[in-house]
Design a protein around this ligand. Structure first.
Ligand code: NDP
Ligand code: MG
Length: 383
C-alpha cells in the first residue's frame, strides 16, 4: 500500500483523486484537508479513516472535531494545521490540490518533510518555482505533475530530456474561443463557468476562459522542465485529446493522447513509474473524428503574453500576475468586475510593481498582497 495525503480533498481534483484511490485499490489515505466544506470532509473521513485531517477555517475545524469525536482522526485547524497535515502524516506522497497561492506553505512543508509531491496546485510553481524546485532537488523529492498538459509533457519527454528542443502546450481555447473583445466584454460568470471539455473548480474554469490558465501553465512548465518560456509554444486544440507534445532536436514530435479526464494524469502521478488498471474510458479516435489546431488570438486573449512577460522579468513579477488574477477572478465570480477587466487589472498590477530579484517566500507573499491591494483599490474606483 502506498500512503498518500490529499490537500484540498473536497475540491474537483481532490474528489477525483479519491475516485482513483477507489479504483486502484493499493493506495492508503493518511491525511485529508479542506478550506471550509466540513460536510464533505466528514464523509471522506468516515470512508477513508485517515490519521490526520485539517480545516483551514478554525471554527469549522472545531465543529468537525466534535462531529467526528467517535473516530480516530485527529483534526488540525488553520493554515498552520493544513501545513502540519502535509508534513506530519506518514504519507510518502502529498497531492497538492488546494487552489491558489494558499497552497504554497503546505507544499513547502511537505517538501521539507521529504514527501514526493503530486502537484495540481500550479500557483505554487508560478509564484515560487525558483524556491520550490531547488528545495525539492535538495530534499530528493520527486515532483510529479497532475496538470494534464504537464503530465503529457513529462510522459512524452520520458528519458530523452537532453534532446528536448521545444514544448508544444495545448489549450482547449475555453468557452469563448473565436470571440472578439466586443463580445467578450459582455460575458458573465455564468458564461465563463461553462467549459466545453473539462469540469473543474470555479477559479481554474474562469482562468481557462481568459486563457490565464495557459499563461500560468507556461510558467509551470518552465519550472518543471527547465525551458525558457520562448521554447514553450501554446496551440489551441479544441478537442482536448492531445494533452501536449514535445519536439526533440532531430525534429521528431511526441505527444500524449487520452480522453479529457483528470483521473488519467492523477493516476499516473500516483502510480509512477508504473501504470495500473484503467481509471477512465478508452480513447475512440474514430468517434473523435477530427483533431483541430489554431493559433492563440493574443489581441482578444492577452493573458498568455502577459504571463510570458512576467516570466521573462522573473523575481516577484509572476507572483504579482498570479495575485492580481486571483483577486480579480474572485471579484468576477461575485459580479464585482467584468470579464475583460480581469486581464486589464493583471496588466495594471504588473505595470505598478517593482520586481524583487531572487525573492524569499516573504517577498513573494508581499508581492501577492500588493497585487491584491491594487486590484481591490481599482475595483473600488470603478464601482
Ligand atoms: P476547487 O476549487 O474545486 O478545490 C479547491 C480545494 O482547495 C478544496 O478542497 C478547497 O476546500 C481547498 N481550499 C480552497 N481554498 C483554500 C485555502 N485558502 N486553504 C486551504 N484549502 C483551500 O479547485 P480545483 O480542484 O479545480 O483546483 C485545485 C488546483 O488544481 C488548482 O491549483 C488548479 O489550478 C489545479 N488544477 C485543477 C484542474 C481541474 O481539473 N480541476 C486541472 C489542472 C490543475 P473547500 O472545498 O472546503 O472550499
Ligand atoms: Mg491544465
Amino acid at each position: 500500500m502506498k500512503k498518500i495525503a490529499i490537500l484540498g480533498s473536497t475540491g474537483s481534483i481532490g474528489t477525483q483523486t479519491l475516485d482513483v484511490v477507489d479504483k486502484e485499490g493499493d493506495l492508503e489515505v493518511t491525511a485529508l484537508t479542506a478550506h471550509s466544506n466540513i460536510d464533505l470532509l466528514e464523509k471522506q473521513i468516515r470512508k477513508y479513516r485517515p490519521a490526520l485531517a485539517a480545516v483551514d477555517q478554525e471554527d469549522k475545524a472545531a465543529e468537525l472535531r466534535l462531529r467526528i469525536a467517535d473516530t480516530d482522526t485527529r483534526v488540525l485547524g488553520g493554515p498552520e494545521g493544513v501545513a502540519e497535515c502535509a508534513a506530519a502524516s506518514d504519507a510518502e506522497m502529498v497531492v497538492t490540490a488546494i487552489v491558489g497561492i494558499a497552497g504554497l506553505d503546505a507544499t513547502l512543508a511537505a517538501i521539507e518533510a521529504g514527501k514526493d509531491i503530486a502537484l495540481a496546485n500550479k500557483e505554487t510553481l508560478v509564484t515560487a518555482g525558483d524556491i520550490v524546485m531547488p528545495l525539492a532537488r535538495e530534499r530528493g523529492v520527486n515532483i510529479l505533475p497532475v496538470d494534464s498538459e504537464h503530465s503529457a509533457i513529462f510522459q512524452s519527454i520520458s528519458d530523452q530530456k537532453k534532446f528536448l528542443k521545444r514544448i508544444i502546450i495545448t489549450a482547449s481555447g475555453g468557452p469563448f474561443f473565436g470571440m472578439k473583445r466586443e463580445e467578450l466584454a459582455k460575458k458573465t460568470r455564468f458564461d465563463a463557468l461553462k467549459h466545453p471539455n473539462w469540469n473543474m473548480g470555479a477559479k481554474i474554469t474562469v482562468d481557462s476562459a481568459t486563457l490565464v490558465n495557459k499563461g500560468l501553465e507556461i510558467i509551470e512548465a518552465k519550472h518543471l522542465f527547465g525551458l525558457d518560456v520562448d521554447h514553450i509554444t501554446p496551440v489551441v486544440h479544441r478537442e482536448s485529446i492531445i494533452h501536449s507534445l514535445v519536439e526533440f532536436t532531430d525534429g521528431s514530435v511526441i505527444g500524449q493522447l487520452g480522453v479529457p479526464d483528470m483521473r488519467l494524469p492523477i493516476a499516473y502521478a500516483l502510480t509512477w513509474p508504473l501504470r495500473k488498471g484503467p481509471v477512465s474510458q478508452p480513447l475512440d479516435l474514430v468517434r473523435v473524428g477530427r483533431l483541430t489546431f489554431y493559433e492563440i488570438d493574443n489581441s482578444a486573449f492577452p493573458a498568455v503574453e502577459l504571463a510570458k512577460k512576467a516570466a521573462r522579468i522573473g523575481g516577484t513579477m509572476p507572483a504579482v500576475l498570479n495575485g492580481a488574477n486571483e483577486e480579480a477572478v474572485a471579484a468576477f465570480l461575485r459580479d464585482g468586475c467584468g470579464f475583460l477587466e480581469i486581464t486589464e487589472l493583471i496588466e495594471r498590477a504588473m505595470e505598478n510593481h517593482r520586481p524583487v530579484e531572487d525573492p524569499t517566500v516573504d517577498d513573494i507573499k508581499a508581492a501577492d498582497a500588493e497585487a491584491r491591494e491594487l486590484v481591490r483599490a481599482n475595483l473600488n474606483i470603478a464601482s
